[in-house]
Write a protein that binds this ligand. Structure first.
Ligand code: ADP
Ligand code: ZN
Ligand code: ZN
Length: 730
């Protein structure tokens, strides 16, 4: 008897067995179509066995082996197995979520990009007068095809615009046009890829690149700690060049998709004949599949992507780089709650390759691994071709601020305007004002579905909830007392933009936040306008803080930083330090020294002191000492059981039961009492959480395994729950 053990996307931690006579050991990792209940679903064969716990007569048959795409390799499956086990998520769900959407369905939609379109003999003879008069697109297409004989889908699109799809279908139905599979792109990566240009490396860059390259062929974890503007990218590029020369593939993970076009262009220009496969959530399904395939058959020398790319099949993987490794977006916050940075290290270990974690402000977990010699620390201490910006604090305690702006900051901006230099005003809140208040009774605009305030936006003059998307119109009078004197409280980007326009009527001001860059093609235009000096003052959120190089920007002002200083989240200071370092790093990338002004009521706070000296090491050492004393990660290991239900009591009651069950399972973990979540209500659901902690990772894993099984076995109909291992948000 031959049994296929199949991973299917179901919410229970179990695999499904099927008869599979035609299946060989080479089909492990292959997609199959199998019956499940009364439908057919796609799954992945994760093992082939001769035995099953299910009685043979009750086993169903694999309907079809879907061999259009090569099987996942044992290494690919190993990583997914690890992730499912470590994060306690059903393997089937993890495996299927890692596949491009197109591969989760049985039939691959014929990919238009891979087709060529030709005129048939009937089409050549066709009488165009029989076409309807309005069918101009069809006429245009037919003419173009007759002229060129064969056209790709892209060429058709550019000949006929967005209506090309419908028009081609109509022509095919008339029998005038047909499509055929075009020959695939060359399957082989270039043997000795060209490496073009780039500056000569600094001694520090040479040292770092050399150390990484010396580890090729075996596992090694490197922390590239480089101040902003120290040229970490060049180190990546040179390490990648060495990989490509040896015929290998490199995986480069980046946090934000807005950063990739720039980086992608740079990689293309340095490695002109290397295929670069980008993988991120904004690709169309067809593109995603195409790029994933290019990685899988080793045509792509470089795989560049966001967190999900950590699962991409890369058979000749020789190097993994995680840029801005401290960034929160590497952690997935739902379903399989994995950290792509941590999985990158696991994958590097499994594949015996080096992994580089780059940042100016590594996560304290990462830095701790570096100073305790588990990882190797590589330093880039100097900016290339520019000096570090000067950082100063403006004491706003008791100061009169104009819409949140202090006099010294306004004067500094005025000076930049005079000198034709650019300024950036950073505030980490979008909208006009974070809340609307009644001056008579203190009523605050609140979202009725979340424990959060509604933010006033001026563009549509409405109140928005930034957590659930709810909207409301601005009331003319206070709903509680009827008073008409309602005032916006606090500042958001829109209000700062308005205030700056009032202060500097002649200045060209641009606001950059999620509201202003919603369209995905906006960002390149924004960047060009900044670089072409069509903008004098930028107002923006952290979207502006990341990785962009603006040579004419010499002043950065930071508003409202203190709000993160005394948060209840023990990671808040670390985040604030990273954020401010990144924002400050935007200043003075050209030949003028940059200046950074942080408005704060606590200018003597140690965090700001360290920041002013740009002394990450001393900040990190102090923060780690605090964490050790307080018993926080990385000195303990944590997991969070989250629950949500229509009512808070239900969530808490579920967690109470879970805590009791957990305490009976192990004495080696600390199980805290259930508490309401930081934001209790969100989108109408009430949430609570239960923290579990252990001094050793393996003890925690062992406990979580048993606990998770127990929780899954007795499905709760009362609350929806999930387990978050190594949580980063509470
Ligand atoms: P980081 O990512 O460390 O903040 P970048 O990689 O963006 O820094 O580099 C900062 C700037 O320095 C970029 O404009 C880059 O082109 C330039 N640069 C990097 N290395 C060198 C070098 N060795 N010589 C000259 N310029 C360099
Ligand atoms: Zn009122
Ligand atoms: Zn809401």
């Amino acid at each position: 008897m031959k049994i296929a053990r199949v991973a299917i996307d179901v919410p229970v931690p179990k695999l499904f067995d099927y008869h599979a006579e035609g299946l060989g050991p080479g089909d492990i990792g292959q997609r199959v179509l199998v019956p499940l209940g009364n439908r057919n679903v796609v799954g992945i064969v994760v093992a082939v066995d001769i035995d099953s716990a299910v009685a043979p007569e009750r086993l169903k048959r694999v309907r079809r082996v879907l061999r259009e795409v090569p099987a996942l390799s044992p290494c690919d499956l190993d990583l997914l197995r690890f992730a499912a086990a470590y994060y306690h998520h059903p393997l089937g769900a993890a495996v299927m979520a890692a596949l491009p959407g197109a591969l989760r369905r049985a039939r691959l939609s014929r990919d238009r990009a891979a087709l060529g379109y030709l005129v048939t003999p009937e089409g050549e003879r066709a009488n165009l007068d029989t076409l309807p008069r309005r069918a101009t697109v069809q006429r245009r297409l037919l003419a173009a095809l007759k002229h060129q004989r064969e056209l790709s889908w892209d060429a058709l699109r550019s000949a006929a615009g967005p209506k090309a799809g419908v028009a081609v279908k109509q022509l095919i139905m008339r029998g005038w046009v047909r499509s055929e599979q075009r020959a695939d792109a060359p399957a082989q990566a270039p043997r000795s890829p060209t490496v073009a240009g780039g500056p000569a490396l600094t001694p520090e860059q040479i040292q770092a690149t050399g150390t990484i390259a010396a580890s090729f062929g075996r596992f090694g974890a490197f922390v590239l700690l480089g101040v902003t503007g120290s040229g970490k990218t060049e180190v990546y590029l040179h390490a990648i060049a060495a990989v490509l020369r040896a015929g290998g593939q490199a995986l480069l993970l980046v946090p934000e998709i807005v950063l990739t076009p720039q980086l992608e262009a740079l990689i293309h220009s340095r490695f002109p004949d290397t295929v670069v496969a980008t993988l991120h959530s904004r690709l169309s399904e067809a593109e995603r599949l195409q790029h994933w395939r290019a990685a899988q058959d080793a045509r792509a020398g470089v795989v560049l992507g966001t967190r999900l790319a950590v699962f991409a099949p890369i058979p000749k993987l020789a190097l993994i780089i995680v840029d801005e490794e401290h960034d929160l977006s590497f952690k997935q916050m739902d379903a399989l709650r994995y950290s792509a940075r941590d999985l990158a290290v696991v994958r590097a270990k499994q594949m015996h390759v080096p992994v580089v974690l780059g940042s100016a402000t590594p996560a304290l977990e990462t830095y701790h691994n570096a100073v305790s010699s588990r990882y190797r620390l590589l330093h880039l201490t100097k900016r290339v071709g520019a000096v570090m910006p000067q950082i100063e604090c403006i004491n706003t305690h008791g100061e009169h601020l104009v819409d949140g702006l202090s006099q010294p900051l306004l004067q500094a901006i005025a000076a930049r305007l005079g000198g034709h230099e650019q300024s950036l005003v950073f505030i980490n809140r979008r909208g006009y004002a974070p809340v609307l208040m009644c001056r008579a009774c203190g009523w605050l605009s609140a979202c009725h579905r979340c424990t959060a305030q509604l933010v006033l936006h001026v563009a549509d003059h409405r109140l928005h909830c930034h957590h659930c998307g709810a909207q409301a119109s601005v009331p003319v009078a206070c709903p509680d007392c009827g008073n008409q004197d309602l005032a916006p409280l606090g500042q958001g980007t829109q209000r700062v933009e308005v205030a700056l326009a009032r202060q500097f009527p002649a200045a060209r001001i641009m606001r950059v936040d999620r509201d202003s860059t919603r369209r995905k093609d906006m960002w390149p235009t924004v960047r060009q306008r900044i670089q072409a000096r069509e903008i004098d003052i930028l107002v923006g959120t952290q979207i502006l803080a990341k990785g962009h190089d603006f040579p004419h920007l010499s002043l950065v002002g930071v508003l409202n930083a203190d709000s993160l200083l005394y948060s209840t989240d023990f990671r808040a200071p670390e985040r604030l330090y990273a954020l401010l370092t990144q924002v400050a790093g935007r200043a003075g990338r050209g030949d003028k020294r940059g200046e950074v002004m942080i408005q704060t009521e606590f200018p003597r706070h140690p965090l700001y002191e360290a920041l002013r000296r740009q002394d990450y090491a001393s900040f990190a050492a102090a923060a780690l000492t605090e964490r050790r004393q307080a018993g926080f990660p990385p000195f303990v290991h944590q997991a969070l059981l989250r629950a949500e239900a229509a009512r808070l009591e239900t969530s808490l009651a579920f967690l109470d039961d879970a805590a009791r069950a957990g305490r009976a399972l192990s004495q080696h973990v600390v199980i805290y009492d259930p508490v309401p979540a930081g934001m209790v209500r969100r989108a109408g659901r009430e949430r609570a959480q239960l923290l579990v902690q252990a001094a050793s990772r393996s003890r925690l894993r062992e406990f979580l395994g048993k606990w998770y099984e127990r929780l899954s076995a007795a499905p709760s109909t009362r609350a929806r729950w999930s387990l978050d291992v190594d949580p980063v948000e509470f």
